[in-house]
Design a protein around this ligand. Sequence first.
Ligand SMILES: Cc1nnc(CNCCN2C(=O)c3cccc4cccc(c34)C2=O)s1
Length: 571
Amino acid sequence: SEPVWRWECISGTCQKTRITNETRDSALSLPACQLFCGEYGRLWPQPTKEYYTGNYLLHLNLNSIDLNYPQDKKSTALANLAFRRFAQQLRGLVPSGKSTRGGRSLVVNAQVEDPDIIRLTYATDESYILKINELSDGRVNASITSNTFFGARHALETLSQLIIYDDIRNELQIVRDASISDSPVYPHRGLLLDTARNFIPIDAIKRSIDGMAASKMNIFHWHITDSHSFPFVSKSRPELTRLGAYSSSQVYTEDDVRDLIEYARVRGVKVLPEFDAPAHVGEGWQDTGYVACLNAQPWMDYCVEPPCGQFDPTKDGLYDVLEDIYGDMVDLFEPDVFHMGGDEVSNSCWNSTESIVSWMSTEKSWGRTATDFVKLWDYFQSKALERLYRKTSSNIPIIMWTSGLTESENVTAYLPNTTYIIQVWTTAFDLQIIELLQRGYRLILSNYDALYLDCGFGGWVQGGNNWCSPYKGWDVVYSNSPALIAGTYKEQVLGSEGALWTEQVDGASVDGRIWPRLAALAERLWAEPSTGWKAAEERMLIHRERLIGMGIAAEALQPQWCLQNEGDCPA
Ligand SMILES: Cc1nnc(CNCCN2C(=O)c3cccc4cccc(c34)C2=O)s1
């Protein structure tokens, strides 16, 4: 049927108006209007250095696109796969049932300073410059300049956001003149996904890694085990998975993990493994004798959520098992940083275990005070770290959660800030944050008052709402500024992670729990914008549709009417 509506950019917003005979030829589709209206067009996240897009579009032939990238380099194969994904994204712009034809050819020329870098670290330069212009032969030229593949990949992502489907003319169009310079503010821009409280299928994890690529996020923090299940297939200790997985199919095999790591690398995402200890262990460890309080009841006397389970640090054999698991993880993830967990250690669990308290008094002449249990915890952490370092090629930095061990009276004695990075899960106003910053710690902020994506549903261990209700809206996520929280110490903040704990989530609902809210964090971390969520609202709605187009079941934020009637919804 003939299109009825067109849009015009009037004082910075796209206004819906009727197509008439005299306006039909120059009628702008909504996406075309969005591209040239508003401060950053349709881009998400907003670029941080330069953004110019002219105001012309050219008809693009999605079947005639080519990439020129440094050949026979370590990142050449990655670049080709990233370009294949780019081409797939363009095809995804065309509504199903429609087919476009004709248009200009596109050639992407990438100049990469060091094309042999294929591992993302905190030191990796992710910046890029993207320029688009029309060549004398009518082709469209997109030139990318970056120091690494990772920067070039981000440029491709931005390029894909400068291409739209025009429903009035049934054609793809690309911005004709663009000049964009861009780089991220924070190096750690992540998602934590818990795959132990409930199993999350690999294809669901891959969808979120696609969403991360589209939002220029770069760290997938895999909280792969917990007391509820042990789905990680540890080559050297297979019985942990045999006993600990929910079923023989709900596991992550070596091949699954290797495949996921490469899938993430092509998308500019590093997979950061977490083996949480000494608490949050249980299922799978039944036959080892190394876990105290395993499913102890009443659970609230021994831990914060069922099932309880905490390593017994006095068992020497425990550290041999840990060394084997660390070895398996180091072989697979080849980590330049490792997360050892360290959250929610319960003194009452250790204090209720006879073998532990007698060992403490006979072997160490320790009592049973909180200070004594901190010493026991340090004993565990030191031995565990020593075993991990037997498996890594260098003493890589270690991430730990905030806990009793990171309180100011303990942290400097037990967790040197040269080795340990602290991930904060308590609130943004927790004094511990400034205390840690003052002591020179590098932080990753995941404060639950803004960044816990699992908050806001019914309680699962109690009636009423879950413990960290209410639900954190995208505006709350967007406003959680590390610069505001850290103040003068903001250089010590590596970045942030949105966390999805999965007590009440699995493959059936994981997309909507994460997206599009995590994308709000993505812009906060990429750009640390001085403007607030209202200025970003239109582009947030556009980005949500982009995620939908990628097959991610991202939650709807507003009626589609608001997207078509920009500026008529926000209060
Ligand atoms: C890392 C970490 N990320 N999140 C962490 C906290 N996990 C939630 C622990 N927890 C709580 O901290 C909690 C606090 C107050 C009331 C509560 C009622 C039911 C359940 C809980 C709960 C509860 O599970 S540690």
